[in-house]
Design a protein. Structure first.
Length: 630
């Protein structure tokens, strides 16, 4: 595999832009969309939000093309003090579950956990609506619980792992030291399936910051975590350990040490389940190359290790980062459905190491194949390079692309001042696919995106959202009310039985509606548009969509006055605000006034022309097939 290519552009995730937005996490949803959760300091009341006390956990759902699927959602119901450090997992039915640290001390939930810090959670449906109300995730409430990590099991249950400072008070003194790692398993409806399961076997000192993944092909899960016990092969200040468990909380085998390099400390592990049933763990390594021949002598490196489904090592520990200047840390990992995995991290190389691509802290990534070997080179994720970019999160989408989100402190310098405050969340979609796609949907509504090659995409039933990219694509909607776009190539886009929205984007496209009223946009390029049987709306968003010359203009093959509509409301008229109406002249000539619209006709065609800038010359034109009385 070569370096993944960017699909679309880097985009701003957070809708509220006041103050800071931090700690992003991303997951792909079953229907092809994705959701990003983050800690929000804005105290906003957008979309019914009511958390104006310190921090909140906010959600943003995106369509497969990176456009917002709706307004921001406040995840937390309890709003006293702060809520932060979210974790996400997708549910099979199209929804998702989110867990977070809560410091409301139970004041808005019947004092169910009056301690300083608890873990709460909320299930959401595919429509973004909460299901069943906010719940307390931790079943032990003495002391503090924090740092949640959530994963969905193959049987539909889900598990929330967290750091626990109860010191065994409610669990038979099973771990009386500082922090322990516990996990609670829940049924799909959010009811408890188990109590608090002690994950760690070593109980000396602290065990903390868990990461959990559900293993493929069954109902087991694995938890990796920081271990400060100094027991086992790694007696240093910090190690990474792991434990496999059944869905009922029973431990499978013994706990195991994840890291091989053991000098100094290893911290902040993350884990992802692999397609073959095994898993991969990655972490921040502070050994400075002491056990690895000096391969990275900086303050921190990123290392990883693959394991089988039973917890046996597969191959050797690997240095993930290629660039070694100044330190790399804050790692995230996602498995790839075709085999292998991708690792992202915060790189402090400041453009050193021969890259010269980002003069500050940046987000970097590396793809690995199913043997654990590097596939392609390490690459820069962020396009915006002003200020700092870091704390990344990565997930694979159902169509095989990947999405990476991160915190950005550029203050909008390179992005039109879209977020000028201290911290924002940005994201970028990447495509790892190297062959054209021939995809057919199902009877359900789903979302899918094509490649830069010549794809065939057919939604079949359901209300689908299908996005082409480059290449000469064939995009079909099927029987639902579909949203279809072609991307950059010369595409053919076909609606179907439903009321569809068709967008050719760039290129010379052919767009055809269907039996109902469709919305049809040719976009840039010389396009051919056909509405079909319904009452259709042909939308032009700019004078550039249909140029003034014959070689530039769009053609509508079946325009019917009184039934179909040409919508020019988004075309800018010089000197006026958006959506100012054009003045209709009929067959009259332009008078030298901005915002005039006229037509001319022959036996073969009717030409509508518009003057946007008062020079008396057409700035755009639209051809209607046949002689039409307007």
């Amino acid at each position: 595999m070569t370096i993944p290519v960017k699909w679309g552009h880097e985009f701003l995730v957070n809708t509220p832009v006041a103050d800071n937005q931090r700690e992003p996490v991303v997951t792909g949803l079953a229907d092809g969309r994705f959701v990003i959760a983050y800690t929000d300091y804005s105290n906003t009341t957008l979309n019914g939000g009511d958390d104006t006390d310190d921090r909140a956990v906010r959600l943003e759902i995106f369509n497969t093309d990176g456009s917002h699927a709706g307004p921001p959602i406040q995840a937390n119901t309890a709003t006293a003090d702060l809520q932060d450090t979210p974790s996400l997992a997708a549910l099979a039915g199209g929804g998702f579950v989110v867990a977070w640290r809560d410091r409301s001390e139970g004041t808005q939930s019947g004092l169910d956990d009056p301690s300083l810090s608890a873990v709460r959670m909320q299930i959401f449906g595919a429509d973004g609506a909460g299901i069943g109300g906010e719940r307390l995730a931790n079943s032990v409430v003495t002391g503090n619980q924090n740092a949640p990590s959530v994963a969905v099991l193959g049987n539909g249950q889900f598990v929330v792992a967290y750091g626990d400072f109860s010191q065994g008070v409610e669990t038979g003194d099973d771990d009386t030291s500082s922090y322990a790692v516990r996990a609670d398993v829940f049924n799909a409806d959010g009811t408890r399936a188990t109590g608090a399961v002690l994950v760690n076997t070593h109980t000396t000192s602290s065990q903390a910051k868990p990461s959990v993944a559900a293993l493929a092909g069954g109902n087991r899960f694995v938890v990796v975590f920081n271990d400060y016990s100094g027991e086992g092969a790694d007696t240093s200040v910090g190690a990474v350990r792991g434990q496999i468990l059944e869905a009922d909380g029973t431990k499978v085998g013994e706990s195991f040490q994840v890291n091989t390099a053991a000098d100094s400390g290893q911290y902040r592990p993350q884990v992802a389940a692999l397609a073959d049933g095994g898993f991969v763990a990655v972490w921040d390594d502070g050994s400075r190359g002491g056990d690895t021949g000096g391969d990275d002598v900086s303050s921190f490196a990123v290392r990883g290790q693959m394991f089988s489904a039973t917890g046996a090592r597969v191959g050797s520990e690997v240095l993930v980062n290629t660039i070694t200047e100044n330190g790399q840390q804050d790692v995230s990992v996602a498995a790839l459905s075709g085999g292998g995995f991708i690792v992202v991290w915060q790189g402090h190389s400041s453009g050193q190491g021969g890259t010269n691509d980002d003069p500050d802290v940046a987000v970097r990534a590396q793809v690995f194949d199913d043997t654990g070997a590097k596939s392609g080179e390490e690459f820069l994720v962020n396009t915006t390079t002003a200020g700092t970019q870091g704390d990344p999160s990565v997930a694979e989408l159902p169509d095989g692309r990947i999405v990476i989100a991160w915190m950005d402190v550029s203050r909008g310098v390179e992005t039109g001042d879209d977020d000028t405050d201290l911290g924002a969340i940005r994201a970028q979609i990447f495509d790892t696919r190297t062959e054209a796609i021939d995809w057919k949907g199902t009877s359900e509504g789903e979302q899918f995106a094509g490649t830069k090659l010549r794809d065939k995409l057919n939604g079949l039933g359901g209300d689908d959202f299908i996005a082409g990219a480059g290449g000469r694509d064939l995009v079909k909607g099927g029987s639902g009310a579909d949203t279809l776009s072609g991307g950059a190539g010369n595409d053919r886009i076909l609606g179907g039985a439903g009321a569809d929205t068709l967008n050719g984007d760039a290129g010379k496209d052919r767009l055809s509606g269907g039996k109902q009223g469709d919305v049809i946009m040719g976009g840039l390029g010389k396009d051919i548009l056909k509405g079909g049987k319904g009452n259709d709306v042909f939308v032009f968003t700019s004078a550039d969509d249909s140029g003034a010359l014959a070689k530039q203009r769009d053609t509508i093959l079946d325009f019917r006055p009184g039934k179909d509509v040409i919508d020019l409301s988004a075309v800018e008229i010089e000197g006026f605000d958006a959506e100012h109406a054009f003045t209709w002249l009929g067959r009259g000539k332009f008078s030298g006034t901005e915002g005039e619209l006229r037509f001319s006709a022959t036996k073969k065609h009717t030409i509508v022309t518009g003057d946007t800038d008062s020079d008396g010359v057409a700035d755009f034109s639209i051809e209607l097939k046949g002689r039409i009385r307007l």
